[in-house]
Every structure is written in structure tokens, then in C-alpha cells.
Write a protein that binds this ligand. Structure first.
Ligand code: ADP
Ligand code: ZN
Length: 681
């Protein structure tokens, strides 16, 4: 597929496909029906955008969110692709432009919200304008049982039947039920060619920490990442405002966001986050769907998410551009208590509640993991081939100890008090503290009274938390949160198994370790990277587009490291396509080298290709022959476009040169040019 590789390079500015993209692009281009499941940030958009350029006619893209469509259209236009959207958010002028481009047969990608399909005229219109393919983004929105159901997505199947063109569906949600529903609703039950990409996001660093003055922990994490875009997820609306304020007081750009805000305020917050460089949003989970910012550098959870799926989705918003991104999830016993009671007090039927507990357990297992977090996370998605090296436990292995005796003592304290108490009182019993409550209940006469002196209070709290995390004990809402043993603890109680616990979380309790920031580039390149970012900010503000539309972080990092000296080298930086090279290449070269390279626009079009250096050689040869072999003839030269055509000749011979250059020039330069072409070929 040389055509695809060239477009990938010239339009999108990428050297290679990401894993999986190549096969999908090939199948979609060939007109197969396709269902592709790729993790967020895997690069789904390219899998329909590139085929759209390879194919005749218009590709209609159905996407659930207007903001996302507008961003994609803008990014495509920046890359020189003729794309447009028909949405309710359009200005009249934008809509006119789309129609004109459609009528002129130039439009390649037409983005539409699913609501548009409801209009009776939509199908006829799409047929008339020559739609040859349908791409469906976020295809799981068709699933009635999913979390993002959009009734208008159900019209897509009808659209496919009416147009009778191939359909490519994309989603990051992979469970079997959703897949089956997508196949039913979008493909009338005929299984399309399916592509399932793994769930790993190798550039995202995973870390958990037990809560210990959580606000300080979040501030330390953000301080170590000053100037980078990040999201802090909180469990409550009130907390978002408090943490955002604390971050601002510490000198960060930070705003809050939650579902209780006015729609207009929410839109403003989304917009600012999308456009401003290095802004932090402190939000509830209401924030995220519709955020497509590829350069979010970190995600922190001030509270434990509700399930392993939510965790995966929320951290997945970081680092979509593939550059390193970091995450930190805080958790404590009160989170476990809260999440359990939310499930128990919810209205779901019992089997659903059991499933919810299991999903929470999976996340708690991850939080209390003793080995690689990535293995634990991907294991949940049935992936077993995992290489990591990018999680806190791979960075420094957990210090584990045999906690069997400690756990049995704790269980015994619970059972001897008939499972009516919380961790605080149970720890008093274990430590032998003669509190009023202990005396009132006569608990000082229990055989477990005072048997736990080998650990202090903090350490016992960490043991109880780990017991909750392993689902050996659960708070019982009907007993005001008293801890009760689960069946999972029975083998331990009977002495049939043993259990390892982490010591370092115990030790870390009380010691706020300042998380070290992983610098994005070396010290040496850092000043250049900030200069490049400043340039980007200026250009983005002038054009009123988000910074990443100009170039992503990853592209700037590569520029800072590679320091391209000229347009050719610049063209080889990932993310610098032909159109962007033309628009911004010189400006960024100037930042890197102090002065812009002057280059003929015709020559610039060849930048980064073999023909570029051939062109340069032709120019040299021409200069030596400008006055003929003897230097005595009348000066003669070829135009830039003639040279460019010669440089790009596939089969070079006298007659081709004669055709391109005419008699006089062919006579003077022909032989020398042929030598250049032969050397290069
Ligand atoms: P998804 O929709 O799967 O979450 P996107 O299509 O938004 O992901 O792509 C995520 C990021 O990856 C974007 O910034 C995109 O430009 C970048 N990207 C996509 N394909 C490639 C590639 N082959 N090489 C480098 N970057 C890529
Ligand atoms: Zn790991």
C-alpha cells in the first residue's frame, strides 16, 4: 500500500502506522465492512480518515459529539484535507462552504451528528452527493444497555441499507455483549471483519497511593508537573471547587467542573481546557466524554473511581498523543466504604449488585496489588502477554510480609465482638487501649485484647484497609458500617491458606513521599521545548484553535530532541505533514536555529523526500553549467517547477528531458541532469 504510506507521511506527518492501524486501513480502503475495537488514543480516526482519502467519493462520518467533530474537521483542514461538518453548531458560512465543496465534488469527509439522520431529507441528500462509505465513531453508542446510548444511532443501520455502501465502526468498548449489539444494529447481524486491538496504553505510567492528607498529595503531584495539562478527578462536587482553589493558590492554572454547573459554564470550562496550554481541570466524572485533547499529560484521582472500567477510561484520557503521561490514584478505607454502600444502597437487582461489587473488587485488587499494576489491569481484560516497566511497582517493588497472623488476629477481634464495630474500635481492642467504649462493653476481658502490640495504629489501619481491598471484610450499611467477614476469609481463619500484605504502604503512611516528575525531555532540551511551546501558543491564539491542532506535544518533543536544521529534516519529524510544514515549518525552524531557512516554495514541496535532495543536486549542476561547459555561453537556467519535475522523473531518458525542458535547456543541461538522476536512482 504505497499510496497509504505516502498519504500517512504527507498529509498526517506520521512515519509509520501504530500497531493495528495498517490492517484496518487496508480493509476499510478495500471497502470491507469493518468493526475495529481499539483503546482510546490508539489512533482510530486515522483508520477512517486515511481510507476516505484513498477512496473515490465522500465518506460520511457519524460521531456523537459536535465538539469532537469540529475539532477533527479543523485538524483535517489544517492538514490540507477537504473536510466539513453539518451540525447545529455551524455558522451559515460554514454550512455554505460544506455545500459548495460537496457540489464541486471536492469534499472527502462529511461529519454528521446522528440527529441529522432523523430529517427525512438526509438519506436522499447523502445519496445525491455520492457517499461511498460510512464511518461510525464511538459505535457503542448504538448499545441500549451501554452507558452512552444514543437513540439516533439506531438510524445508522437504515442509512447503510439505503446507501448500500460499506460501513466501518469504531469503538473502545469491547465487551462481548456490546460487540454483538453493534453487529446486530449496524450490520444487520452479518459479522463484519473484526479487529481487536489490545488494551495496553504503554505510555501511561500507573501508580496508586494510600490516602494520607490527600489534598497535599494532589498538590505535590501537580507541583512536580507544573505547566502540564492535567485532570484531577474527585468523588464530590464540593471537593472539585476546594482543590481547584488550592491549586490556584499554589500558582497553577486550575478550574473546576461538575455536572451541577450551568451548561454554559461547563462549555466555557471545556473550551478553556481544550485550548489553553497547561491548564488543570478538577472535575467529577461528568468531565471527560467529549474531551479529545491529545496532550493531557497527567490524570490524578483524589478519590477511588467506582470500578476498574471507570478507572481505565479515566486514566485513558491522558497521553493520547503517545508521549509519556502519568497517573496517580489515591484510595483509603473511606473510599471503599463509600463505593460499597453506593452499590448496596442502589436500586439495581441483586445479581447486578454482585457484579458491581466484583468490578469494585477488581479495582481494589489493583490498588492493593503486590506486583506490576499493568499486569493486574490488563489481566482483567484477559490480556496475559504484558510487558510493563511503567508502573510504581515495577519502579520499586512492593515490600511484602506474611500477614496471616495479623489478619487472623483482626478477624478474631471482629468475630468476638459479633461483627458490630468499625476499624477504630477494633484497633483499640487489638492494641489494648482502655477507652471508654472498651470499658463500657467490657472488651478488655476479650482474649484478643492487647494481642496486636507488634503494629501501631497506622499499621493496623493499613492492614484493615488491605483486608477490605482483598474483600476479606466488608462494611455493612445496615450496621452503620460495622465490618463483617466475607466467605473469602474463611480459609484464612481455618488456617488453610496464608496471605501476604504490603509493608511499604504501612511505612509510607504518615510520610508524604514527593512524587518525582518524569521530565518530558532532558535538561539540555528543556529550554528549547518551552520556546517551541511558546511559539505554538502564539500561533494557536492567533488562529483561535487549540494548541495541539498546530502540533502535538509529541511533535514538539521530537523537534526539541532532533533539532532539525532545515526544511528536509523538519519534514521528517513525526506529525509534520506537507501542509503543516508549509504553514508552520519556517516559524518553528526559526525558533530552533535562530533564523528561517529560505527555500523556494516549489522546493519546499519536495522536502523530506528523496526528490528534495535530487532537486538540490540539479540546482548545483545547473549553476556550474549556467554559462555552458566553457563558461562563455549566454546565461540559461530552468524554472523551479521544471527542476521539480525532473527531480521526480521515474524513468529518465533524453526524450523525457527534452519534453520537460525544451531544446535549448535539454541541450545544455540534459546530460549532466541524467548523471544526477542515475546517481540518485
Ligand atoms: P482515538 O480516537 O483512538 O482515541 P485518535 O484518533 O484521537 O485516537 O488518535 C490519538 C492521537 O494519536 C492523535 O493525536 C493522533 O494524531 C495520533 N496518531 C494517530 N495515528 C498515529 C500514527 N500512526 N503515528 C503517530 N501518531 C498517531
Ligand atoms: Zn508494572
Amino acid at each position: 500500500m504505497t499510496g497509504a504510506a505516502t498519504l500517512l507521511r504527507d498529509v498526517f506527518g506520521f512515519d509509520a502506522f501504530r500497531p493495528g492501524q495498517g490492517e484496518i486501513v487496508e480493509a476499510v480502503t478495500a471497502g470491507e465492512n469493518v468493526l475495529a475495537i481499539m483503546p482510546t488514543g490508539g489512533g482510530k480516526s486515522l483508520c477512517f480518515q486515511l481510507p476516505a482519502l484513498m477512496r473515490e467519493g465522500v465518506t460520511v462520518v457519524i460521531s456523537p459529539l459536535i465538539a469532537l467533530m469540529r475539532d477533527q474537521v479543523r485538524a483535517l483542514q489544517e492538514a490540507g484535507v477537504c473536510a466539513g461538518a453539518l451540525t447545529s453548531g455551524n455558522t451559515e458560512e460554514e454550512t455554505d462552504d460544506v455545500w459548495n465543496a460537496l457540489e464541486a465534488g471536492k469534499l472527502k469527509l462529511l461529519y454528521m451528528a446522528p440527529e441529522r439522520l432523523a430529517a427525512g431529507s438526509a438519506m436522499g441528500m447523502l445519496r445525491r452527493v455520492g457517499v461511498t462509505m460510512i464511518a461510525v465513531d464511538e459505535a457503542h453508542c448504538v448499545s441500549q444497555w451501554g452507558h452512552d446510548f444514543r437513540p439516533d444511532y439506531l438510524r445508522i443501520g437504515e442509512l447503510r441499507r439505503a446507501l448500500d455502501v460499506p460501513l466501518a465502526a469504531f469503538t473502545a468498548t469491547a465487551d462481548a455483549d456490546t460487540q454483538a449489539e453493534i453487529i446486530q444494529k449496524l450490520f444487520d447481524g452479518t459479522p463484519p471483519r473484526a479487529f481487536l486491538r489490545g488494551f495496553d496504553r504503554p505510555n501511561i505510567h500507573l501508580a496508586f497511593a494510600a490516602k494520607d492528607s490527600p489534598r497535599k498529595q494532589i498538590l505535590a503531584f501537580a507541583d512536580a508537573r507544573r505547566g502540564q495539562s492535567g485532570i484531577v478527578y474527585c468523588g464530590t462536587r464540593a471537593k472539585t471547587e476546594g482543590i481547584a482553589r488550592a491549586l490556584r493558590e499554589a500558582g497553577h492554572g486550575a478550574i473546576h467542573y461538575h455536572g451541577g454547573m450551568e451548561a454554559e459554564d461547563r462549555r466555557i470550562a471545556e473550551r478553556r481546557f481544550q485550548q489553553e496550554d497547561g491548564l488543570i481541570v478538577v472535575a467529577t466524572v461528568a468531565f471527560g466524554m467529549g474531551i479529545d485533547k491529545p496532550d493531557i499529560r497527567w490524570v490524578a484521582h483524589a478519590d477511588l473511581p467506582k470500578s476498574i472500567e471507570s478507572y481505565y477510561q479515566e486514566i485513558g484520557r491522558a497521553g493520547r498523543d503517545g508521549a509519556p503521561a502519568e497517573t496517580l490514584t489515591l484510595f483509603g478505607p473511606e473510599d471503599i466504604r463509600l463505593r460499597r454502600s453506593q452499590i448496596d444502597e442502589g436500586l439495581a437487582p441483586p445479581e447486578r449488585r454482585m457484579a458491581d461489587h466484583a468490578r469494585l473488587n477488581a479495582l481494589l485488587g489493583l490498588a492493593e496489588a503486590l506486583e506490576c499494576r499493568r499486569k493486574a489491569l490488563l489481566g482483567y481484560f484477559d490480556e496475559t502477554e504484558v510487558t510493563c516497566g511503567r508502573c510504581d511497582l515495577c519502579d520499586s517493588p512492593a515490600d511484602v510480609f506474611d500477614g496471616t497472623t495479623a489478619v487472623r488476629k483482626a478477624l478474631s477481634a471482629m468475630l468476638r465482638t459479633d461483627e458490630w464495630f468499625g476499624a477504630g474500635h477494633l484497633i483499640d481492642i487489638l492494641l489494648g487501649n482502655e477507652t471508654d467504649k472498651v470499658k463500657q462493653r467490657g472488651h478488655q476481658s476479650l482474649p484478643t485484647y492487647g494481642v496486636g502490640g507488634e503494629y501501631n495504629r497506622n499499621e493496623w489501619q493499613a492492614i484493615f484497609r488491605q483486608m477490605m481491598g482483598r474483600d476479606l471484610i466488608r462494611p455493612d450499611a445496615e450496621r452503620h458500617g460495622a465490618l463483617r467477614m466475607t466467605d473469602a476469609a474463611l480459609p484464612l481463619l481455618r488456617g488453610e491458606t496464608s496471605i501476604n500484605l504490603r509493608r511499604d504502604t504501612i511505612k509510607a503512611a504518615g510520610v508524604a513521599r514527593r512524587p518525582a516528575a518524569k521530565a518530558m525531555v532532558s535538561d539540555e532540551d528543556a529550554p528549547l521545548l518551552s520556546a517551541l511551546k511558546a511559539k505554538r501558543r502564539g500561533l494557536a491564539e492567533a488562529a483561535k484553535v487549540p494548541a495541539y491542532i498546530i502540533f502535538t506535544d509529541r511533535t514538539l518533543i521530537e523537534m526539541a530532541e532532533q533539532r532539525p536544521a532545515n526544511m528536509d529534516a523538519m519534514a521528517r519529524i513525526g506529525g509534520v505533514g506537507a501542509k503543516k510544514l508549509e504553514s508552520y515549518g519556517a516559524a518553528f525552524l526559526q525558533v530552533i536555529n535562530g533564523e528561517a531557512e529560505v527555500m523556494h516554495p516549489t522546493r519546499r514541496k519536495l522536502a523530506g523526500r528523496n526528490a528534495g535532495s535530487v532537486y538540490d543536486r540539479l540546482l548545483e549542476v545547473q549553476a556550474t553549467l549556467a554559462r555552458g561547459e566553457m563558461g562563455t555561453d549566454r546565461p540559461l537556467s530552468c524554472s523551479a517547477s521544471q527542476l521539480a519535475k525532473v527531480a521526480q522523473l521515474h524513468t529518465a531518458d533524453d526524450s523525457a528531458l527534452l519534453r520537460l525542458l525544451g531544446d535549448r535547456r535539454a541541450e545544455r543541461f540534459g546530460a549532466a541532469f541524467l548523471d544526477v538522476l542515475r546517481e540518485a536512482g
